[in-house]
Design a binder for this molecule. Structure first.
Ligand code: ADP
Ligand code: ZN
Length: 731
């Protein structure tokens, strides 16, 4: 990067645009000049596109034909650390820079001129006569001592009609002003009292605060069981950042969690922070983006893409539930927000806190290796203790056909019903039945477009493909042998389990928590609150319930099929099962009542099941780490997945084979190549998918080799190639 910080009008500048081009474009700096990093609008053919001034122009282009930047946008220029971050993230994920810039400018209306709106203040005029309504309006203004409001807000707060407000404006009792639409977020006050922390918590909080005050980069694993107060502790790290005048970012895995979280932030700092997620309105997103850039949003709570906001001075990033798989973006730019948080923090001398009850093996290994610091919260806050965990050996349980609740589990549930406590049954399978089979010929109903079985969803009376969302009615006759009336559901989904629970406990209030049963995040949140308040006896849930919700009356967790996650070829299967089971078990006994977790399994001797039951986490991780080390797989080796797809299977395989033959750049770094082979999901939406897997030692320049390997490829027709560095799942 050149040292030049400002370009005079007419000077050549190189602009990175959001358009899919593989180079910077040269323009002339506009009238008034522009700063390095300025967001600009430039002409491209007949269009105007968004870009950022990335450096001096490259020259070589006929200067007579050079066009001018149209204008500089009214937002703070991109900081050099942000440019570096985008560049490194692009190199790491093998993503073209324009795609990175799109990720960093995902706020609508950035190029709109700064929009203004009308606000009202107290004026000097005296109303000709006072009515009750008019008095209320003036009282509201008095009460908020000098604050200004929009006409709408003012009318609402005074509970009067808009015409009352208009009347007061006419009489000069209210004065109109123009104000920018995007306004700073309310001030957060770190000096408000925090909760009285336990010794354990206070020590951890102090260590994090010290780290923040150092003003240097560092990453800390904050490990503690659910309910141990990790949130309380990291809010103190946020307080430290605010005191230092720096910004903080809290990443959460799920929108449903933010409402409860916002309330806690407000209780601690006296106001709500800025929110960034897909559910936020467009106006709100633009406001967050702009205010983050001006330093007028001290704290942002957001989903993973909040990492790409243009913070002015980011001093702290919290990644809550850092092991959560939703941090890995599986579409478009394939990045892991946890890893990108560490990268970004290193660029801007910030601290990272990775919080989890069940850290990812990557993070655990980094802490073991001393790259990350580690803080432990060992006990749950207050009276709550971790539930007692037991296996229910399904080989010796007596179950009727097509039922899944064992007598042992049923008995434990009955006890909860009698005591007025809640039970939770966990089954990580949406829908009614995962398979619909023909009892005459054994054929299963599959999706027409994907390599996937159709799942019956009884609430919508249809079969659905969980890959592409295609639905169709349950067929009367078998699509394969055409025999009628023989189609039958096989295996349990959460809806079928609900049927069984209703039959066993007809008097119970049963709640089903599955993401597809709720129209909106808000509806889901409301249901969760009702359940927390005791409006259900039995809760049935999919993966959704494993995440951070607080059910004080819950004292029993029954895991219907603890073996579910142990199957499959995923290298992280054991780790995932371990995390999920621990999280689910952590739902029980959060308040004063002790909890119990029962895990139904056909293989109680399985090492993962035994590790979960014994609660010996360190041993589980050590064993898992040793296995991965021996196999040379992440985090002890590197991997990259290459997915090729296209409508014509032969063409896709031809490309894969050609790539395998020309793997010189991979061999140069000693990497191994596997495939081409059909991807685990070999067809999605009518496109065939073929996978290549690259495995390399740690520390070799993997991305560079892959870049050189794929650079000569020319993808014909409808063929697509995507590279997934550090794949999380092997789709
Ligand atoms: P985690 O993030 O580890 O799951 P939380 O921070 O959410 O734990 O704490 C669990 C519950 O205990 C919350 O309701 C929290 O307000 C409460 N809590 C934790 N520590 C304290 C404390 N020192 N004083 C009062 N309440 C606390
Ligand atoms: Zn499908």
């Amino acid at each position: 990067m050149s040292g030049q910080e400002f370009f005079q009008a007419g000077e050549r500048v190189g602009v990175l645009t959001t358009q899919p081009l593989d180079r910077l474009l040269d323009y002339r700096a506009p009238e008034g000049g522009c700063y390095l990093g300025a967001y600009v609008e430039v002409p491209l053919g007949p269009r105007k596109v968004l870009g950022v001034v990335w450096g001096p122009g490259a020259g070589g282009f006929d200067s007579a034909k050079l066009r001018s930047v149209i204008r500089v946008l009214d937002v703070a220029p991109m900081r050099s650390e942000m440019r570096q971050f985008l560049g490194k993230a692009a190199d790491y994920t093998l993503t073209p820079m324009p795609a990175m810039l799109r990720l960093a400018t995902r706020a609508p209306g950035l190029s709109d001129p700064p929009s203004m709106r009308k606000i009202l203040r107290r004026g000097d005029g005296v109303p000709d006569r006072m009515t009750e309504a008019r008095t209320r309006v003036l009282e509201v203004l008095e009460e908020f001592g000098g604050l200004a409001f929009t006409p709408r807000e003012l009318a609402d707060m005074a509970d009067v009609t808009p015409s009352v407000v208009k009347g007061l404006v006419k009489q000069g009792a209210l004065r109109e002003e123009e104000a920018p639409r995007d306004t700073p977020y309310p001030h957060l006050d770190p000096e408000l009292p925090s909760k009285q922390l336990t010794d354990d918590q206070a020590n951890a909080a102090a260590a994090l605060a010290d780290a923040v005050h150092s003003g240097r980069y560092g990453t800390t694993l904050l490990k503690g069981v659910t309910g141990s107060g990790k949130t309380e502790v990291y809010l103190e790290a946020v307080a430290a950042a605010l005191r230092a005048g720096r910004q903080a970012l809290v990443l959460l895995p799920e929108i449903a969690l933010t409402a409860e979280f916002l309330t806690r932030v407000e209780a601690r700092f006296g106001a709500k922070p800025a929110e960034w997620h897909s559910g936020a309105t467009l106006t709100e997103r633009r406001r967050v983006w702009k205010m983050a850039g001006q330093g007028a949003a001290q704290l942002v709570i957001g989903a993973r893409s909040a990492l790409f906001l243009p913070f002015r001075d980011l001093g702290l990033i919290i990644v809550d539930e850092e092991h959560d798989t939703s941090y890995k973006q599986e579409d478009g730019v394939l990045y892991n927000a946890r890893d990108m948080a560490v990268l970004r923090a290193a660029m801007c001398s910030a601290q990272v806190v990775l919080a989890s009850a069940t850290p990812s093996l990557e993070t655990w290994a980094n802490a073991e290796a001393g790259k990350y610091k580690r803080l432990n919260l060992t006990s749950r806050f207050g009276a709550s203790v971790l539930p007692e965990m037991r296996a229910v050996d399904m080989r010796s349980e007596d179950l009727l056909p097509a039922t899944w609740i064992s007598p042992t589990l049923k008995q434990a549930m009955t006890l909860r019903m009698e005591r007025g406590e809640q039970s939770l049954l966990f089954l990580n399978r949406r829908g009614f039945a995962p398979v619909t089979i023909c009892r005459a010929c054994g054929a299963q109903v599959a999706c027409d477009h994907c390599d996937a079985r159709m799942v019956e969803h009884r609430f919508m009376k249809r079969l659905m493909c969980h890959q592409c969302g295609e639905t169709k009615p349950v067929p009367e006759a078998c699509p394969s042998c055409e025999v009628e009336g023989k189609m039958a559901p096989v295996g349990p989904g959460i809806e079928r389990l609900a049927e069984e629970a209703t039959a066993l406990f007809p008097e119970a209030r049963i709640a089903v928590l599955s993401s597809d049963l709720f129209g909106s995040a808000r509806a889901l949140k409301q249901r969760i609150e009702e359940i927390a308040a005791g409006e259900a006896d039995i809760i049935l849930g999919t993966q959704l319930v494993a995440k951070g919700h607080n059910f004080p009356l819950l004292t029993l967790v029954g895991v219907i099929d603890a073996d579910l996650g142990l199957q499959g070829s995923d290298l992280r299967a054991a780790e995932r099962t371990f995390q999920l089971m621990r999280q689910v078990a952590g739902r029980a006994g959060r308040a004063e009542r002790p909890g119990e977790a029962l895990m139904q399994t056909f293989q109680p001797e399985h090492p993962v099941i035994r590790a979960i039951l014994s609660g010996d986490e360190e041993n589980f991780w050590k064993a898992e780490a040793a296995e991965r080390q021996a196999a040379g797989v992440p985090p002890y080796g590197r991997m990259a997945g290459i997915i090729l797809s296209g409508p014509d299977l032969a063409a896709v395989f031809d490309l894969g084979n050609a790539m395998a033959r020309n793997d010189g750049p991979l061999r140069q770094i000693g990497a191994q190549l596997f495939g081409p082979a059909p991807a685990p999901i070999a067809r999605v939406r009518g496109r065939h998918r073929v996978r290549l897997l690259v495995k390399a030692a740690k520390g070799v320049p993997l991305q560079d080799a892959i870049a050189r390997w794929i650079a000569p490829l020319r993808l014909k027709g409808d063929l697509r190639l995507s590279v997934d560095i550090d794949p999380q799942s092997f789709f």
